[in-house]
Design a protein around this ligand. Structure first.
Ligand code: AMP
Length: 282
């Protein structure tokens, strides 16, 4: 497993691999890797000859009042975990290399960021799409793996790839969960013992909504109310609960077609997100 700290070295390595006819799969991460990330990496092995994992806490996707400074950084532990898998290269660029002085080019989608996390995290998706395009240009992947936990991010990336004709196949991976259903996240580290226990309600509330839907409930308002009650009842502070179109993220008043239920809620300082997809019934 090779470790590249510079953009130039990483790009050269990727060029060489392509020159030899090898395909590349990229797993972009911000590090503090958990079992969910590692599953994405295992999946990447199946998508291409070579696997690159990038680790970069991207400042441009954090708001001024967000957790950029305190976001967990555990590079040595991450590298140990990755060395147990079939990873060919780890890309750990410096801030200065990714955003040199005078940097001024940004990728901004018009509509998708105007929903869900984009409303409370102004500029977040501009930072995400920009850094992902940069990572694609540096690592030259044929395929890139993204988790469904960050569903809006996945849609933003897919749209960017389509709109800009990027030659990268986007592979989506289902959400990996802890034993009690809490979606794995590097931010779960912020939770106290009690908050950690309580946070599992997010998944339970989505599960409850799924059951209500299965038993015939179609009104989004009713599904949202149940989720809200459960989360607030367990001490969470809801940022949003939305029932929305799976592609556009526009609100759906009723679930008559495939729909996404997306939730963001604070437990203590940790802002956690989760979602489920409701499939339209015949
Ligand atoms: P992050 O390091 O949080 O930026 O995440 C890197 C990638 O891992 C993104 O594509 C995330 O969607 C994905 N990811 C993070 N947590 C999970 C999870 N619990 N299940 C599936 N994918 C995940």
């Amino acid at each position: 497993m090779q470790i590249f700290l510079s953009v130039k070295k990483m790009q050269e390595w990727a060029f060489q691999a392509k020159k030899h006819g090898e395909t590349i799969a990229l797993v972009p991460t911000m590090g503090a890797l958990h079992a969910g990330h590692l599953e994405l990496v295992r999946h990447a092995e199946k998508e291409a000859d070579k696997v690159i994992v990038s680790i970069f806490v991207n400042p441009s996707q954090f708001g001024p009042k967000e957790d950029y400074k305190v976001y967990p950084r555990e590079l040595e532990k991450d590298l140990r975990a990755l060395s147990q898998l079939k990873v060919d290269a780890v890309f750990v660029p410096s801030l200065e290399d990714m955003y040199p002085e005078g940097y001024e080019t940004w990728i901004d989608l018009e509509k998708l960021p105007g929903h869900l996390c984009g409303l409370t995290r102004q500029g977040h998706f501009r930072g995400v799409s920009t850094v992902v395009l940069k990572l694609f240009n540096i690592c030259l992947p044929d395929a890139a793996i993204f988790g469904e936990k960050d569903f809006q991010q996945l849609l933003v990336i897919k749209k960017m790839v389509r709109d800009l004709n990027l030659a990268v196949r986007i592979v989506q991976h289902p959400i990996l969960r802890e034993h009690d259903g809490l979606a794995m996240s590097s931010r779960n580290m912020y939770l106290s013992e009690d908050e950690r226990k309580n946070a599992s309600v997010i998944h339970r509330s989505l599960d409850r909504a799924q059951k209500l839907y299965d038993s015939g409930e179609r009104k989004s308002e009713n599904l949202i109310q149940v989720i809200n009650q459960m989360i607030e009842g367990a001490g969470g502070k809801v940022d949003y609960i939305k029932v929305c179109d799976l592609n556009t993220l526009n609100d759906l008043p009723a679930v008559d077609s495939d729909a996404l239920i997306a939730v963001a809620a604070f437990f203590g300082k940790a802002r956690l997100i989760d979602n489920i997809v409701l499939r339209a019934k015949e």
